[in-house]
Each structure stands twice: as C-alpha cells, then as structure tokens.
Design a protein around this ligand. Structure first.
Ligand code: ADP
Length: 459
C-alpha cells in the first residue's frame, strides 16, 4: 500500500491540510501562551499588592495584623520564627501551609503556582523586617478563575482546530477537484484520439491558464500529426497508383505476347517495351526512395565549395545525349564564375531533374540555356527552355509531389510528378530556394538561388 496517494487532488488536499495544521497549531499555541502570560501577570500584580499591604500593616499598625480579612486580604499567613502571628481563615481552610512547605525552595519574593486537586493558587512569600523583628509573610490568591478561563480557551482551540482543519480540507478537496476537472476532461478526450481520429481536439476551458496552455500545445501537436498522417496517406496512395501503371503495362504487354506465336522481331519488341516500363518503374522507385529518405531527415550532406560552372557543364554533358535525340541545343552561359557551399550530390540531382524536364517538355529543335549569374548577394542558376511554359494556376503546384500539368499519366514525356518536388527539397536542404518564371507558349525558367560562398569567387 502506498503511503502517499497517487491522485493529485488528494495530494494537493493533504499538503494543504498539513500546512494549515502547522499554521493552526502555531497560532493556537501562540494565543494560549499569550493569554496565559497575561492572566498570570494580572494575578501576580494582585499578589504583589496584597503582599505590600501586609508589609505596610506590619510596619505601620502591627496590631491590626489580625484583621487582614477586613482589608480584603483573604489568604495570608504571618509568622515570626516558628511562632504563628496570624493566619486568615481561608488560608487555614485551603491548607496553604503545605504550599509554603513545598515552595520553600523558591526564591523569596517571587510568585509561584500551587495546585492540589481542583484547587489552584498563586503564592508569594518573603521576610519582612521591622523594628528589629523578622516576620515571614506569605500571601496567596485563588488561581481557579484563570485556570478555568485557560481551560475554556484550550477547549475552544482544541475543538476549533480540527473543525477548521476538516472544513478547510473539504473546501480544498472540492476546489482542487474543480481546478483539476479540465485534466480529467482532457484525459478522457485524449483516450478517444486514435490514428483514425486525429481530427479530434482536446477541450480548452481557459486558454490563458496552465491547463489551457497545455491543451493548446497538445492540440497544435495533434494538428501537425494529422497533417503528417494525411501527407503520408496521400503519398502512399499516390505512390501505389504510380507503381501500378508500369506494372499493368508490363503485364498486358506480356499477356498479349503470350496469346499468339511471335516471331523474333515481335518478341524483341515486346521485351523492349517491358524493359522500358521496368526502367520507368525503377526510376519511380528511386525517386520514392529519395523522398522517403528526405522525409526521414536522415540525409547526410557533404557540404563543400562547388564551382557552379563546372557543375553545370557536368550536368549538361550528362543529359546532352537526350537533347541531341530531340535536336535541341543546350547552352551553358557563365556570366561570372561563382562558388557556393553545398552538397554536390543533392544539388546535382536538382539540376538533373530541371534539365531533364526542360528536355522532355521542350519540343524538338528547342533551345535550353543553363545560366550562372549573381543576383544580389546570391548565386543564381537558371534552367531556361523554349517549351510550352506552365500556366500561372499551376506554377506553385508543380512543386508538389505527384502533381502534373495535364493529367495524361501514360504520355511519353510525363513522369510521376516527383521530379520538381525532389528538386525543391534538394535545393532547400542546401539552404537555397527555387523559383519559376514562365510565359505560356514561350518557355519556362527555373531559377535556383543559393547563398554565395563568402570570400571565394572561383574554385
Ligand atoms: P514529371 O516527372 O511529371 O516531369 P515534375 O515534378 O518534374 O514531374 O514536373 C511536374 C509537372 O510540371 C510536369 O508534369 C509538367 O507538366 C510540368 N513541367 C515541369 N517542367 C516543365 C518544363 N520545363 N516545361 C513545361 N512544363 C514543365
């Protein structure tokens, strides 16, 4: 069994109760001590006065010592040596001589308390010298009234203490319950949220308090999770769809080829188109892998100074054959030699994708320019073609995954719509940005802007 309860509500109540109990105990003890001291002081004052009165009588009118009661002194005893001079009746009845005996060790002239059963007295004794004689004077006052008052006070404090504590703890328990109610509601709601119900949100009672802020932050996290889940779902659906197209093509080419006897040329033809589809499939899988790795954030970059002129020439050489097949010219224009700090592999991948698009979408005989120039404090690489251009309503969307202008997925030129998404990711991961300028019917210009390498113009 746990000594301390698990519930915050109970823990709060207990801490609250414990603190209050300590405060109340200190407060009660303080009050009791204060009242006790004050009452005792009053009593001692009276005792002092009575003692002084007896002393005065002894000095001024010793004969009247036997009439102490008449002077309002009810409890007094005067003796000389072992001879009793006078003792009031009440003193005798109260058997206060016993008190004198038991208090004999006390310092003379200092009051002390004496109690026997229900009886309680405050006493003072001292010697009084007058006319060469030494009297032993003892006076007492009844301390029962103050004892009763103190007992009543103690009783009030003792009953008030637990009552106040219980009331405060009950109040604290309900208050803690009220304050913690949003947590219960949040927990109940959070329990309902599953992967299929990510659109649900936690209730926010007061957005300004701690629980409200917690719920808001949690809701924001849920929002991001929901987005990520949505994107993942869309990506998986699109990817499966894209993978199905070449697979269906391979399958139907195979089925048709199997249906009738083929001569060698027809068989080669069928195998050729199957290989073409397989090629398309493997490119698609490669692209999907790149994007998956990009999403996982586990891409390691080897950032190094890159001479853009050399990089552009390399890319142009790499895809030159494709352009040649379509009678296109690819020109590399280096307005000024520039160096950037970037990862060669990812930046090259972005450029290859842009140039590949330019070649694919520009009709035969077109012209493609790869330009390096400075734009403000950045290095710009432009891939400009004389193709059909991209209509304004598609310009932002072409960078989205699986987005294509014109939905002809089976067309010769069209890919899966991943090239520009990969290019944008590759540029952004290198600290750059990609822009598109296009004039419909007159061509498109994709521009990569990268921060120029500080202090270096050439590699
Ligand atoms: P895809 O693999 O289909 O080429 P991309 O992401 O590379 O996918 O391009 C998205 C779409 O943008 C393409 O379907 C195409 O319609 C359009 N596009 C890309 N580059 C060009 C270009 N240079 N000229 C005209 N349209 C282009």
């Amino acid at each position: 069994m746990r000594l301390f309860p698990q519930s915050i509500r109970w823990r709060l109540t207990l801490w609250f109760g414990l603190t209050l109990a300590l405060i109340l105990a200190a407060f009660s003890a303080g009050i009791y001590t204060f009242v006790h001291t004050r009452l005792l002081k009053q009593l001692d004052g009276q005792l002092g006065k009575e003692f002084a009165a007896v002393k005065r009588i002894l000095r001024e009118e010793p004969a009247e010592i036997v009439e102490l009661e008449e002077d309002g002194i009810a409890l007094a005893s005067v003796s000389e040596g072992s001879t009793l001079v006078h003792r009031t009746n009440d003193w005798r009845r109260a058997e206060l001589d016993k008190a004198i005996k038991s208090g004999g060790t006390r310092r003379p002239g200092r009051p002390w308390s004496w109690a026997r059963g229900e009886r309680s007295y405050r006493l003072m004794a001292d010697s009084v010298r007058t006319d060469g004689r030494t009297f032993h004077v003892a006076v007492a006052v009844d301390a029962r009234p103050i004892r009763r008052s103190l007992r009543t006070l103690a009783l009030m404090l003792a009953t008030g203490f637990p009552c106040a504590l219980v009331l405060a703890m009950v109040g604290g328990y309900f208050l803690a319950g009220r304050l913690l109610a949003p947590v219960g509601a949040m927990a109940a709601k959070a329990r309902e949220i599953t992967a299929d119900r990510l659109a649900e949100r936690l209730p926010v009672v007061n957005p300004a308090d701690e629980f409200g802020r917690l719920a808001t932050v949690f809701n924001e996290t849920l929002g991001r999770l929901e987005d990520a889940f949505e994107r993942l779902k869309r990506f998986t659906a699109d990817a499966s769809h894209e993978l199905r197209t070449p697979l269906t093509a391979i399958r139907s080419v195979g089925e048709v080829a199997l249906q009738e006897p083929l001569d060698v040329a027809a068989a080669r033809d069928a195998i050729g188109s199957m290989l073409e589809e397989a090629d398309r499939l493997s490119r698609l899988v490669d692209n999907l892998l790149v994007l998956t790795r990009a999403d996982s954030g586990r891409v390691s970059l080897a950032v190094e100074p890159l001479d853009l002129a050399a990089l552009l020439r390399d890319v142009a050489d790499c895809l030159g054959v494709l352009a040649e097949e379509k009678n296109q010219t690819v020109e590399v224009e280096i307005a000024e030699p520039l160096t950037v700090e970037a990862d060669r592999i990812t930046l090259r991948m972005a450029l290859i994708n842009l140039l590949d698009n330019a070649i694919r979408y520009t009709p035969s005989g077109g012209r493609i320019r790869l330009v390096v120039r400075r734009m403000g404090d950045r290095a710009a690489i432009e891939v400009a073609d004389t193709g059909p251009g991209i209509p304004p309503e598609h310009r932002e969307k072409v960078f989205e995954r699986f987005y294509r202008v014109g939905l002809d997925r089976s067309s010769e030129t069209g890919g899966a719509g991943l090239g520009l998404a990969i290019a944008r990711w590759a540029v952004e991961i290198n600290g750059g940005r990609i822009e598109l300028e296009s004039e419909e019917g007159r061509g498109s210009t994709f521009r990569i802007l990268l921060p120029e390498r500080k202090g270096g113009e050439t590699a």
